[in-house]
Design a protein around this ligand. Structure first.
Ligand code: FES
Ligand SMILES: [Fe+2]
Length: 324
């Protein structure tokens, strides 16, 4: 994992008011809950008293209440009440506090800060310049038995298109990979496919290629966008579960017409198109060994893997920059 980053981990709608959701993210068992004011809290899913899963408890007085002996913790994990000691008991109970993780919400996504709390930023990774309220979206969820780095690389991979997506977005047997051009600017990695039918010509260098209107953008640590056109985009956030598992949340954004219900219908249909393409990717990506990618993996890359090499380099730089 890269430290000191906001990771998109779960759709906001999954955590309803006064409810708790137990999830594994970043190799951690977490209990995420929403209080009556709509605020969310995220604590380690293990009670400090005798280890029960807090996610099996309930939300009471805006706290998460352990299902075993009723200890109550607020949204930052502070122990507020120990029923067995009685309402009249006073004194410091801070030793019962559970570890919490800072969480925030934007664009219907719950983000978790993974790193030093003193280093928290206000910048939740998204594509704010491209997506505004005039869009509607549908969302699809799927679990892949892969490390999230492999899932991300797959979405930056222009070489696989005519093979994995022969019947869909990779039609036309365009196996020759020109470039691709890769741009890393303002914290966004951008590339676009520039593939052609192989008629014996030499592939163009990245410098000879351009970023097309239809292009791919990625923001660290885990959110990606396919800018299909001004009015249609696909966004995926790759929620890291552990070293071998990832949950993908795939959104189809649409504002093709001025009528939101029509756009919603198109987004609904788009979800099935996304699913078809995603299942084609999943079939192959989950077989990759090792499960996680790395810069010095010994894999024999080709020039067309440029975006993947760039991703690996920046990822390694970010990891190294936070290692103390
Ligand atoms: S284990 Fe949670 S209150 Fe006892
Ligand atoms: Fe793909």
């Amino acid at each position: 994992m890269i430290s000191n980053q906001w990771y998109a981990i779960l759709p906001s709608k999954k955590v309803k008011t006064d409810k708790i959701v137990g999830v594994k993210r970043m190799n951690l068992d977490l209990a995420i809950f929403r209080n009556s004011k709509g605020e969310i809290g995220c604590v380690v899913d293990q009670c400090t008293h005798r280890g029960a899963a807090l996610s099996l408890g309930k939300v009471k007085d805006d706290c998460i209440q352990c299902p075993f002996h009723g200890l109550e913790f607020n949204k930052i994990g502070k122990c507020m009440f120990i029923p067995a000691n009685g309402k009249a008991s006073t004194g410091d109970i801070s030793r019962y506090n559970v570890k919490h993780y800072p969480v925030r919400e934007e664009n219907g996504i719950i983000y978790l800060w993974y790193g030093d709390e003193e280093k928290i930023t206000d910048d939740l990774p998204f594509f704010d310049k491209e997506i505004d309220d005039s869009f509607v979206f549908s969302e699809l969820e799927d679990h892949w038995n892969s490390h999230y780095s492999r899932c991300i690389e797959n979405q930056l991979d222009v070489v696989h298109l005519p093979f994995v997506h022969q019947s869909t977005i990779g039609r036309g047997n365009k196996t020759l990979v020109n470039g691709p051009k890769v741009v890393w600017e303002d914290g966004i990695l951008t590339t676009s496919a520039n593939n052609e039918l192989d008629q014996g010509q030499k592939p163009k260098s990245p410098e000879e290629c351009v970023i097309k209107d239809t292009h791919l953008s990625f923001r660290f640590p885990n959110i990606w966008m396919n800018h299909i056109s001004e009015n249609i985009k696909v966004i995926i956030y790759f929620a890291p579960v552990d070293d071998e598992n990832t949950v993908l949340y795939i959104r189809f954004y649409c504002k093709l017409t001025s009528l939101r219900p029509i756009n919603s219908l198109i987004a609904y249909i788009g979800k099935f198109a996304n699913k078809t393409v995603e299942r084609q990717d999943k079939r192959v990506v989950i077989t990759q060994k090792p499960k996680a990618s790395s810069l010095r993996s010994g894999e024999k890359l080709v020039p067309g893997d440029g975006p993947i090499i760039k991703y690996r380099k920046i990822r390694e730089e970010l990891i190294n920059s936070t290692v103390k």
